[in-house]
Design a protein around this ligand. Structure first.
Ligand code: ZN
Length: 304
């Protein structure tokens, strides 16, 4: 709606009175005044009721102080806290999901309307699987994180080590681009594949790998239908499993209410296809479900 209005006003011929600039420097709130606020956009193909957004996140976040959620535009809300700790806890625990849809949070900015904010990045915990032992260190974790986004932190055990079945890294990711599925390292002249899995991954497109839509709504797929509609380049195998940690020496936190919400959406939307019902692409090498490599990508992604 805001974009429609922008286009409409852009083509109007304004008169002199309408062009007068109102001075605001003495009254405009600065970013500091807004530091108890967050703006957020839910990347969903349907409009979600602001009341539903408010009640869900109030329940999930359980703020100690007062809290309000007001709708600014479709699926865009401003969340106001009166306790900075509450806000910091919310930001530290991203990503947050509404049903299976991602809530992208951003600091409130004084100079623009929340609809103009670029909701293009979000922090995710990413697991690095199939690592050579010599690369199970913080230095490689940082390099790997920066190869798929902006590295933020690494999960370590009580001794400060990252060694385990996989390394967990927190990365700020550009969600307008396809999810990275694998990275490669040159290990003494040998190409080694390292497989990525994402914790609390929302709905994403199995065709193009971008978060925010499913393959039936994928414009890329509609414009260029694949020859074999059964084959997908992306799938649920990118989702890290929930439940007990597969990395026994890591301080992995228990699933948050948001992840529980993701596993058991209370109100599945009727206007989108639930891709989670689609089986993962067949993998002849996929062993039984409890095996530690059972969630590796299908073989067509493996290096030859
Ligand atoms: Zn797509």
């Amino acid at each position: 709606m805001a974009e429609d209005l922008e286009k409409l006003y852009a083509r109007l011929s304004l008169n002199a009175n309408e062009e007068i600039l109102i001075p605001t420097s003495a009254i405009i709130q600065d970013n500091t005044d807004l530091n108890l606020c967050l703006v957020g956009k839910i990347l969903a193909p349907r409009i979600i009721s602001p009341d539903q957004i408010s009640s869900l996140f109030k329940r999930l976040w359980s703020p100690k102080g007062s809290f309000s959620c007001k709708s600014i535009h479709d699926n865009i809300c401003i969340f106001s806290f009166d306790n900075l700790l509450d806000k910091k806890k919310v930001l530290a625990s991203t990503p947050w999901l509404f049903d299976r849809y991602l809530l992208v949070l951003h600091d409130a900015v004084a100079d623009i309307n929340p609809s103009e904010i670029n909701y293009s990045h979000c922090d995710f915990w990413v697991q690095l699987h199939h690592l050579p032992l010599g690369l199970m260190n913080k230095e490689f974790a940082k390099i790997a994180g920066n190869s798929i986004g902006r590295f933020l932190e690494t999960d370590t055990d009580a001794f400060g080590s990252v060694m385990g079945k996989y390394i967990r890294i927190k990365v700020n990711i550009d969600i307008t681009k396809p999810l990275h599925r694998v990275i490669h390292a040159d290990v003494h002249g040998q190409k080694r594949a390292i497989y990525l899995k994402y914790e609390r991954l929302p709905d994403f497109c199995f065709h193009c790998g971008i978060i925010g839509h499913v393959f039936r709504d994928c414009e890329t797929r509609i414009l260029n239908p694949p020859e074999n509609s059964e084959n997908f380049e992306f799938g649920n195998w990118l989702k890290a499993p929930y439940g007990p940690s597969t990395s026994s020496n890591h301080k992995r936190p228990p699933p948050s209410p948001a992840s529980i919400q993701n596993q058991n959406p209370p109100n599945p939307p009727h206007d989108t296809l639930n891709q989670t019902s689609i089986p993962s692409p067949p993998s002849p090498t996929r062993p039984h479900s409890n095996d530690s490599i059972s969630n590796l990508p299908p073989t067509h992604l493996l290096p030859s």
